[in-house]
Design a protein around this ligand. Structure first.
Ligand SMILES: [Zn+2]
Length: 258
């Protein structure tokens, strides 16, 4: 397993004798700044968790069980949270399958073998209002924790054309967060949505993850995994991931079964 690079963060805390207890044997500073990190268990959100940790945040990782058919990603999220030393990891169940309307939550085929050039059309894997729901849940937890930093893995370069991955949506959500919460109205702080991958392509994300020592074998990206959990290699998510590894000059450690 690759070793996550902590920069000098954990070491400096140990030297200062300012350590508390944390999960996964990682020391956390008492009173350290907290963040809520949306963690799906995929390449992007795992990289974002590593970035937030490297920026010194005690990360409260949030995974949403939204009725996705690829439940294997929930196991990946738990593995990644432990690997990257999240302060805690919670899974919230909000079954968007109640509404359906997406090939990720309803009995609609996941599109396979779409060419990258056509990924600007919004595909059936779009889950209605998913990122709005996810960010709202992250906001609710952040306000409860008394923190103002939300991290999410949205990406506006190599993505499937989802409207809720665009920067204008994220800025609008920040505004909503500050209008909608007691903490925001009372001026205790300003909520901020960090989307550090927004302007990176998949190859840059892979390089960044590798440079930080994120064990990408623990992650899962496929929308249509085989019954044994292997990735299909053909859905948008697999194709974008594989393209990223190829262009970054790294081998994807995941097993594929097209
Ligand atoms: Zn796939």
């Amino acid at each position: 397993m690759a070793r996550f690079q902590w920069n000098a963060y954990s070491e400096s805390l140990r030297n200062q004798g300012r350590t508390g207890t944390g999960c996964g044997g990682i020391a956390l500073e008492v009173g350290v700044k907290k963040a809520v990190v949306l963690l799906s268990g995929g390449l992007d959100s795992s990289t974002v968790l590593a970035i937030a940790r490297n920026q010194g945040f005690a990360c409260h990782a949030l995974t949403v069980a939204y009725g996705q058919r690829h439940l294997v990603e929930l196991e990946a999220a738990a593995r990644v949270a432990a690997h990257l030393g999240a302060a805690e990891h919670r899974v919230v169940r909000v079954d968007l399958g109640t509404f359906g309307g997406s090939s990720l939550t309803a009995d609609i085929p996941v599109p396979l073998d779409r060419s990258h050039d056509h990924m600007t059309d919004i595909p059936s894997t779009y889950v209605p209002a998913r990122n709005t729901v996810f960010l709202s849940l992250a906001l609710a937890w952040a306000e409860t924790l008394g923190c103002f930093d939300l991290f999410a893995g949205m990406n506006a370069i190599d993505y499937s054309g989802y409207p809720d991955c665009r920067p204008e949506f994220l800025r609008a959500f920040e505004q909503t967060a500050n209008l909608a919460t007691k903490a925001g109205v009372e001026g205790l702080g300003r909520f901020r949505v960090h989307a550090p991958l927004l302007r990176l392509d998949k190859a840059e994300i892979v390089r960044l993850a590798v440079s930080m020592g994120v064990d990408l074998a623990l992650t899962h990206s496929c929308y249509a995994p085989r019954p044994d959990g292997r990735s299909c290699g053909r859905c948008d998510s697999c194709q974008l991931r594989l393209k990223g590894f190829r262009e970054a000059g790294h081998n994807d450690p995941l097993p594929y079964s097209p």
